[in-house]
Design a protein around this ligand. Structure first.
Ligand code: NAD
Length: 372
């Protein structure tokens, strides 16, 4: 089956890292029988320059029709003074909203070869492999009423509302349970049921869904403040963590930093399964890195790992995802590094050289498989 994807390279280092990701996709098409057709689209600052808007209707429509979207990064100083509503970042927010991407998946995986990049002791983070599932379209960032009002006594009051419906909780919890089944089969649901009614509802709904459809998955509950502590104390206890928008924002950044390197972290944002198809956006968590854009030194591995996530979660290509992830691990083990993850005794590579090294590793894997 041919899969159609839209690739949005965006700004800054975006085009540099996307080129290497496309090279990897081409390799899988040529060598492992996958049929992925990529059509480029415009987003962010480059789209403002071309079309006057950060996300044109045509690109949005193409993304809607596609089987998945792969994005690199948007933004940069050139567009910093533009009205907030039409800034490069607004294009990305619009895309997430229009595709109703309610589940944000952020893996935090520590590769053995990069264990010293973490600020935590290697004994704590070695072998770490966590998936945080954050609810992305509800909760306190969107709840009404909201605003700042002036009280009769002249004080001002800021208001935000934390609100969740059963459906919003169930659909994101379902994503977490399904993911856990493909991993170590454990879900930890995190909220503040001790002090928030929305947290109490969250816990009740997750528990009921577990009882109904996912009894085979191990479920635990943890208050979000404890979860923040446990992520530093003993992160290896977690497999999948599912949590709301606000707590997920904080916990996923905390978990990401356990790995110590921005250039290595992919993400996925998923929508509902409708008629067998799920809207999906895959992107590295880093931005457009204007400080190194155009220098050819950006790390393409976060974007390439986003491709691995796309294989696994949109295309059911687990074998290909594993092949790609193993090749990345081997390249790192051989001491090949881009500047951001460079350490003593390793060889420093450019963006392009890292792409070439990865393809060479994939070719070697193929050769070994054929002779075995
Ligand atoms: P950033 O992630 O772009 O960069 C932070 C630091 O990490 C920089 O020193 C950068 O050089 C480095 N870095 C990031 N990715 C790297 C990579 N792949 N390889 C090597 N080094 C890498 O964050 P920022 O500097 O706060 O933001 C820059 C621009 O990116 C802003 O316009 C911001 O709005 C935008 N941004 C976009 C996204 C997105 O597209 N999803 C996310 C965050 C920031």
């Amino acid at each position: 089956m041919t899969r159609h994807i839209v690739t949005l390279e965006g700004d800054g280092i975006g085009p540099e890292v996307m080129t290497e990701a496309l090279g990897v996709i081409a390799w899988f098409n040529q060598n492992m029988g996958s049929r992925i057709e990529a059509a480029p689209g415009d987003i962010g600052g480059m789209s403002i320059d071309k079309h006057g808007v950060p996300l044109s209707d045509a690109t949005l429509e193409a993304c809607r029709k596609a089987d998945a979207v792969l994005l690199a990064a948007v933004g940069g100083p050139k567009w910093d003074k533009i009205d907030y509503k039409i800034r490069p970042e607004a294009g990305l927010l619009k895309l997430r909203k229009e595709l109703d991407l309610f589940a944000n998946l952020r893996p935090a995986k520590v590769y053995d070869a990069l264990v010293d990049a973490s600020t935590l002791k290697s004994s704590v983070v070695k072998g770490l492999d966590i998936m945080i599932v954050r609810e992305l379209t509800g909760g306190v960032y969107f709840g009404e009423p909201r605003g700042i009002e002036t009280l009769p006594d002249g004080q001002r009051r800021g208001i935000n509302t934390q609100v969740y419906t059963t459906n919003e909780i169930i659909r994101v919890a379902r994503v977490a349970f399904e993911l856990a089944r493909k991993r170590k089969n454990r879900v930890c649901s995190s909220e503040k049921a001790n002090v928030m009614e929305s947290g109490k509802l969250w816990r009740e709904e997750v528990t009921a869904l577990h009882q109904k459809d996912y009894k085979d998955v191990e479920l635990s509950h943890m208050y979000a403040d404890n979860c923040a502590m446990q992520l530093l104390r003993n992160p290896a206890q977690f497999d999948v963590i599912v949590t709301d928008n606000l707590f997920g924002d904080i916990l996923s950044d905390e978990a990401a930093m356990l790995t110590g390197s921005l250039g290595m972290l992919p993400s996925a944002s998923l929508g509902a399964l409708i008629n067998g198809k799920r809207a999906a956006l895959y992107e590295p968590i880093h931005g457009s890195a204007p400080d190194i854009a155009g220098k050819g030194i950006a790390n393409p591995l976060a974007t390439i790992q986003s491709v691995a996530m796309m294989f696994r979660y949109s295309f059911d290509m687990a074998r290909e995802a594993e092949t790609l992830e193993t090749a990345i691990e081997s390249v790192l083990k051989r001491g090949l590094r881009t500047a951001d993850i460079m350490s003593e005794g390793c060889k420093k590579l450019s963006t392009k050289e890292m792409g070439v090294a990865l393809i060479a590793e994939l070719n070697a894997t193929l050769k070994t498989a054929k002779t075995a």
